[in-house]
Design a binder for this molecule. Sequence first.
Ligand code: FEO
Ligand code: CA
Ligand code: CA
Ligand code: CA
Length: 581
Amino acid sequence: DKKAFKISKLLSFQSIPHSTRDAVTIAEGYSAEVLISWGDGLFADSAKFHSDGSNTAADQQRQFGDSNDGMSLFEINNDRLLLVVNHESPNAQYLHKHGGELVTSGEDTLKSQASVGISVVELQRSQQGWRVNTASKYNRRLTANTPMSISGPAKGHAQLVTKEDASGSVVKGTFANCSNGQTPWGTYLTCEENFDDMFGYSSQAGDKITDEMALYGVAEKSQYGWEKFDSRFDLAKNPNEFNRFGWVVEIDPFDPTSTPIKRTALGRFKHENAAVQLAKNGKMVVYMGDDERGEFIYKFVSDERYKEGDDRHNRQLLDHGTLYVAVFDGGKKPHTGSGKWLPLVFGQNGLTPKNGFHSQADICIHTRKAARIVGGTDMDRPEWVAVNPKTGQVFCTLTNNNKRGSDKLPVNAANPREKNLYGQIIRWREQGDDHTALSFSWDMFLIAGNPNLYPPSDPRHGSSNITKALSFNSPDGLAFDRDGRIWFETDGKYSNTGDYLGQGNNQMFVGDPETGEIRRFMTGPKSCELTGICWTPDDKTMLVNVQHPGEAGDSTFPNNSPRPRSSVMMIRKNDGGTIGS
Ligand code: FEO
Ligand code: CA
Ligand code: CA
Ligand code: CA
């Protein structure tokens, strides 16, 4: 393939081929090893992992959770770090001894609920790299049953009140924890994404599914069957419990006794991640995607300014501010344009009693409805958002959208392809490089496609930085390193046939945001997703998550495991240098 870009000075390793092996492969000069896997003990007294699924719910409560996704590292000192990891969903076929998708007992349900949420785990530096310290006082599991509080405009709202909680301000647990964020005041943000998967009706749903609930994907039956054994998840009995999920939750990893807080000012939707950015004027900005076909990109701007070192003050910042939805208008050239941020504020832009909004709390709880009314641009499944530290440009992975071009979702400038199987990475520059600005200009970093099947003239070929050798679908995980390299991971189809010929297993790329060049850095084992990216403070170790290996029943990752295990991979350069350099 002919290169359409300038050669990057940022990238020095050789791109690797796609892979269909049941193993992690990584660029020459690097190594990848397992740091921790689903079921490993977090505490000195944790039960040993049993590879036949026979660990109990109580065991799982003190073991590393399942399906590790977004994660962050926090520094204790030069030799000690705290790793905070999301556990998105149960791999039911491997979690339960019976191997079924649905829970069959109260014990199964508790185990399933203990497999999701968050792990906080201390890492210690050793000669062989970072190691888990099971004796740490910081280690903690948060699950679907850990008490949390609700703050912000929706706290105490009637639609958050349940039989268990008359105050509408205390809730049990977090789950569907997809990606994440990290604040400058040392807290972790976990994002609740596909929370609807956990709710269902014990009796016929009939007409009980309201329009508002349908907007969040409620189905008659849940994905895991919790509602059969835990009435909290039975929408026939507890419809309001559903409103208590779909939030960004703030966690203090340095205080294992702290109560996590659901920050309702950031809106309720299928939160992917929370890209936290300090604006030039000192306000905190949080960029967020809502991962569903035809949903929106949002940003939150705090009312008050960040004050370095004033924790008490900073920990209120995410409760008071303005939530905006993005509009992407087309420009003169294809795949470029301008945009604006529309405020989701009670009383403005149709967010009034006439349309069912009686307070800011209503907007926080029914954010998707509000974004539609004000006229946000429906996108091709916004996944991660990340800010380039060198330029301030904001990037978002739009993973795919096979319904684009249908009557309800006509193509638009930023989502230009019908039946978009491959996805694109959009980026924008805020007016005046001010993250609180209300307008921006945008273009595409790349449009994924398959040059193995289509000529450059076909939109399915993808942009000029996509070649036969560098073909992939469904960009998802996204982060920038300190030097400004863009790293992205895929969560797509891994059949390696048909539309996906030559794309192999899910994988990770590194790119130069200025030249547009990308290189393949890492590939995952069979039927997994690669997700989660973070670096140690010295940039010499990178952590990446292998999530749900063998979801198609075809993997023994990581170590000839009878049941495959989601795992955190520790990546280092063999010469001890900076990752990516
Ligand atoms: Fe959990 Fe949108 O990925
Ligand atoms: Ca994702
Ligand atoms: Ca995805
Ligand atoms: Ca996932």
